[in-house]
Design a protein around this ligand. Sequence first.
Ligand SMILES: [Mg+2]
Length: 468
Amino acid sequence: MHNPSPRATGPTPGTSQPVDDRGYVALVRAQASVLHLDLDAFFAAVEQRDKPSLRGKPVVVGGVGGRGVVATASYEARQYGVRSAMSTREARSRCPHAAFLGGRFPAYREASAAVMGLLRSVSPLVEPLSLDEAFVDLARADLPDLELTTVTAFAEELRQRVHEVTHGLTASVGLGTSKFIAKVASELDKPDGLTVVPPGTERDLLRPMAVSVIPGVGPATDERLRRAGLRTVADLEAVDLDELVRLVGKAHGSGLWHLARALDDRPVVSEREAKSVSVEGTYETDLTDRRLMEGLLTRQAGEVAARLRKHGLSGRTISIKVRLHDFTTLSRSSTLSSPTDATATIARLARALLADLDTSGGVRLLGVGVSGLADWIQDDLFGESDPGAPADDDLPMIEAPTSRRTTWAPGMDVVHAAMGRGWVWGSGRGVVTVRFETAQTPPGPVRSYPIDDPDLAPWRLPLPEHDA
Ligand SMILES: [Mg+2]
């Protein structure tokens, strides 16, 4: 399809390469050679894979305590309105019959490593965005050409191979002429779908979409645009560059102007920098008052959110850093399914992460950070970020079984001397209930034991060292 480009301010040869009024030309690819792959409902899908009795049922992975937050909900749970970043309390009221699991990071990491390894075997240019998401540059893959039929067949085969290497997980894939379009495309046929956006059709695809589809348009920018009456990409396209700059600032305005026209020439970069924005404070006297700590985290969340908005960024991973009186430094983080720049969301997640830590001995440093940034401004931020901040996506909010005593967290893997492997279905009042099944068995029986039963022990994945 030919792109009519009625509002382009420059010549539009081929797939439209207009020049903005400052003379910048975005050299968008002529072929749909950027691939975006996103595993479907990743944490929940791993749980359903490994827990046969939960297949086809609502599953919610996240903080399971009183102040926990949802990390991922299975599609069955989403039908009840359960969403990432929602409080677990709210999720329980919407879908009380869901399985609420604390999450098993080693299993997620193993599945992620298998997928990233597969992607790196097809192209040297793979850019992971998080554990379950990556861009792949097909221009560097070993393909005979980059025609639509070729890349489409390749993407279908890749989805099949992801299914194989993960022993049953599904991925949604988008193909387009840029990272922006590929990422938008992978969302269009979720779960387990493939969407290819033919070169030249990008603007028609984007026009009816909400402005929030544009990377970097988080809740705050969305709200500002909405107040100016700009709801769709078509609305944005009709606004000239100066007015956009006036609305959202210089760097952000220029980015919006280009992306509203599908002009995105960001390269796929294989070694993504660990990017984060964080704020922390050190205190003269050890903090012991939980209320005060929550207040400080809330204020820091506000500062982080303001910095994100200032730079037109939003992020998926919210982290806290806590240094105890004995200088032990703890970090915990929680990854959302979509990026945020909202103070309230960052603050809520930060407080939920704090709630899982034992700070009774006193705290001398507190910090909040956001990483997993969704950006298209590549360079001008990171001078300000704190290199000491927790930058990995690596610690989902999971109530980690880090304490000395065994904590029988719901969903954790266990092994029983006589019954073999299973997982904790629930515990309380001195009893732990286990369902005995694994990915390789049919749905298994449920048994209960005293929490200190010597025949029952945590089971850990023998984890190879991999990925940095
Ligand atoms: Mg995903």
